[in-house]
Design a protein around this ligand. Structure first.
Ligand code: UDP
Length: 398
């Protein structure tokens, strides 16, 4: 039997939660049945990770104007006409590629790609899967719905959480939770000392926040909580891991803002900015707990399942999919979002009661093994693909 060939479209080449989930899927997917191929707009860390896992990658650039498009800025309206020739060329290249590679299914992994994929599917008569990983605002939801209603947009939809599904309002998207690679994320005693690397005293208790640096992730709330705990716990340090990935209008300058806030709060000795790291399991295992402080409802929050897989307590801000993943006071502490007092209190509880910390960590690991493994996610997605493979077989006799 010939392999079922799937083209994955990613709108970015860096690694955030959506891309980490894609890498995990493609590491675990059954290569005896499926042949994955990823198209990226440029070279970058995502390409490197995929190649390491023997996944074929093709770079098809989107063009300089198309890259500037951001649904958050008015600027996009002025840029739009300039992007039209580039978009035309992009579709010619993608269409040619789909035909040449005899692609059976197109799986899209981000908003711009959902639109591109829908049109590409129409042009090539290949089926589309939208993997929806965000909680979209009303105009975007309406645009997606309009696309779905048109003959070009006949996509099947996977939502990464019920929070995402509920806000979509489409007929029946499947919910398939993201999974974590438990061979990478598991509890271990690191063989090097992160404190030493960061110039922190050996007994320092580390609390860490991971993820892109952007205002809605709430890194500034974390800083305020650290400042509140400075006197009570002089041996506490807060790490901020990740970098500013979106540098378009309205995004730039958050790191500089966070650094000035650290100065203003007088917590230079308590806080370290680590930038982007590719050794997250080591960082999690060197930490006492992982903080999630998003100010908007979180569509999923991979950092939660990664921390729980390492047996660490998560201190998470209420909203979105957080309560689908974390059980308050069982495997983590859920706090009101945007409230540094509540976060500081939760960190304090954790530091003062190490037994709570151990029990919750174990509960969290167990929950991951039951519901959020890479194997489970992959099996569910494969089952979803097989529906297409079956119908393809009966219509083409392949
Ligand atoms: N991450 C990483 N290096 C960093 C910071 C974060 O590899 O320096 C990864 C992290 O391990 C997680 C992802 O980025 O897999 C963040 O995913 P999440 O869903 O929490 O947030 P997103 O950024 O997608 O909103």
């Amino acid at each position: 039997m010939s392999l079922f060939k799937i083209l994955y479209l990613s709108p970015v080449s860096f690694i955030g939660g959506a891309e980490e989930s894609l890498c995990t899927l493609l590491k675990f997917i059954d290569r005896n049945k499926f042949d994955p191929l990823v198209v990226l707009p440029s070279k970058g860390p995502l390409e490197e990770r995929l190649l390491k896992n023997n996944v074929r990658v093709e770079i098809i650039p989107w063009g300089k104007f198309t890259n500037l498009l951001s649904r958050k800025t008015l600027f996009s309206i002025f840029i739009l006409p300039l992007t039209l020739p580039e978009i035309f060329i992009l579709f010619i290249r993608l269409r040619h590629f789909v035909k040449k590679e005899r692609i059976d299914l197109i799986h899209t992994n981000g908003l711009k790609c959902h639109f591109i994929g829908a049109i590409l599917g129409f042009l090539t008569k290949v089926k589309i899967v939208w993997h929806i990983r965000e909680i979209y605002t009303l105009p975007v939801r309406s645009a997606l719905r309009v696309f779905m209603a048109l003959p070009i947009g006949r996509a099947e939809v996977i939502a990464i959480s019920r929070a995402v599904q509920n806000r979509l309002g489409f007929s029946s998207p499947h919910v398939i939770y993201n999974g974590v690679d438990t061979t990478r994320f598991y509890p271990f005693n690191p063989d090097k000392d992160l404190r030493e690397e960061l110039g922190l005293a050996s007994g320092t208790k580390i609390i860490t926040m991971l993820g892109i640096l952007t205002p809605w992730k709430g890194q500034d709330i974390f800083l305020e909580a650290i400042a509140m705990l400075k006197t009570r716990f002089p041996d506490l340090a807060g790490l901020i891991v990740g970098k500013e990935l979106y540098t378009g209008i309205g995004h730039k300058g958050y790191l500089a803002y966070l650094k000035s806030k650290v100065k203003k709060l007088g917590i230079e000795n308590q806080v370290r900015f680590l930038g982007f790291r590719d050794d997250i399991p080591y960082i999690i295992n060197s930490s006492l707990a992982i903080v999630h402080a998003s100010l908007k409802p979180e569509p999923f929050g991979r950092v939660l399942i990664e921390a729980m897989a390492c047996g660490k307590v998560v201190l998470a801000a209420k909203g979105g999919a957080v309560e689908e993943i974390v059980r308050d006071r069982v495997d983590g502490l859920i706090v009101e979002k945007g409230n540094p007092d509540a976060l500081a209190q939760a960190i304090g509880t954790l530091i003062e009661d190490e037994a709570v910390d151990k029990d919750m960590g174990m509960e969290g690991r167990q929950r991951i093994e039951e519901l959020f493994t890479a194997e489970l996610m992959t099996k569910n997605i494969e089952r979803f693909y097989l529906k297409f493979a079956e119908s393809q077989k009966s219509s083409t006799g392949r």
